[in-house]
Design a protein around this ligand. Structure first.
Ligand code: C2E
Ligand code: MG
Ligand code: MG
Ligand code: MG
Length: 286
């Protein structure tokens, strides 16, 4: 195993030997163990509502707190979990933890929502809506305070089954979001067909917002499309003040990225919220 920097800047370990069947097997055994213990934990990245200047939500991003190797980034174990059929358990873990943490912050007076990522196999799992309903009930979180993020490839994998699961989730009153929007296929077809509430524009577009006129045009017209469709647009990967200023001027709904905050452990969220300097609200349109 070797160290590398995680995308969020924390030190993570990556399994070099993942191609060696013995290492894979060992990692798989450890992953099963991690699911039975409390080693898989979400970290949370704030989402800034640009109209109000308030942080109105957080995205849950799973990490594996490995006893020897430290904090592992999701890229290092999600593929293995998917292949080994562990994604249902992983999703339920992350959902349960996220909803419990959220309920704590809400009880402390913060009107927050949480966004949880789902995978291909989660969307093929017809039991998911009932399980989400039970977790909402058990934690007392209102359905509208939960957003479920799915990527375009998830939608393509098994359209018939996933639309059944999506309909079941939507009937609960949870919000649905398309993650990494703009990087997959046939976006306009499913935008017309699918009952989603939110688009998260992939960070590759905002990264070049102030340097590339084509990226800027795509961001701007996606914001317009979102408004016309009555959908919330979240722009992810906002890394600097210049991009944030442009997004605010263009009446983007929500911004997420290192410039707002990096993902953080659950126990740091309340302190971060308390220490945060107020962001100015957007200028009135017109
Ligand atoms: P994602 O859902 O698109 O999450 C955003 C990723 O971008 C996160 O990486 C986040 O740390 C990173 N990020 C946030 N702001 C910035 C920024 O300003 N600049 C840059 N360069 N990166 C930024 P992370 O945490 O490593 O997660 C990677 C992916 O793993 C996620 O992408 C998501 O697809 C998946 N994932 C994470 N947690 C879960 C989970 O609980 N279940 C499932 N199924 N997938 C998950
Ligand atoms: Mg996401
Ligand atoms: Mg994304
Ligand atoms: Mg992604």
């Amino acid at each position: 195993y070797s160290a590398k920097r995680a995308r969020d800047g924390s030190q993570v370990w990556t399994p070099d030997g993942a191609t060696d069947p013995r290492d894979r097997l060992q990692t798989l055994e450890e992953l099963r163990g991690a699911l039975d213990s409390d080693q898989l934990v979400p970290h949370y990245q704030p989402q800034l509502d640009l109209r109000s200047g308030q942080v109105t939500g957080v995205e849950a991003l799973v990490r594996w707190a490995h006893p020897e190797r430290g904090l592992l980034a999701p890229d290092t174990f999600l593929g293995l979990a998917e292949q080994a059929g562990l994604m249902r358990r992983l999703a339920l873990r992350v959902l349960e933890r996220s909803l419990r943490d959220l309920q704590g912050w809400r009880a402390a007076g913060h009107d927050l929502s949480v966004a949880v990522n789902l995978s291909v196999s989660n969307l093929a799992d017809v039991a998911l809506p009932d399980q989400v309903a039970m977790l909402l009930e058990a934690t007392g979180v209102p359905a509208a305070a939960l957003t479920l993020e799915i990527t375009e490839d998830v939608l393509m994998a098994d359209a018939a089954r996933s639309s059944q699961v999506l309909a079941g989730l939507r009937a609960l009153g949870v919000r649905l979001s398309i993650d990494d929007y703009g990087t997959g296929y046939s976006s306009l077809t499913y935008l017309r067909a699918l009952p989603v509430h939110e688009l998260k524009l992939d960070r590759s577009f905002v990264g070049q917002l102030t340097s590339d006129v084509r990226s800027a045009a795509i961001v701007r017209s996606t914001l317009q499309l979102g408004r016309d469709l009555g959908m919330t647009i979240v722009v992810e990967g906002v890394e600097d003040a210049a991009a944030l200023a442009v997004l605010r001027e263009w009446r983007c709904d929500v911004a997420q990225g290192y410039h707002v905050a990096r993902p953080m452990a659950a126990e740091d969220v309340l302190d971060w919220l308390a220490a945060r300097l107020p962001t100015p609200a957007a200028p009135l349109p017109g």
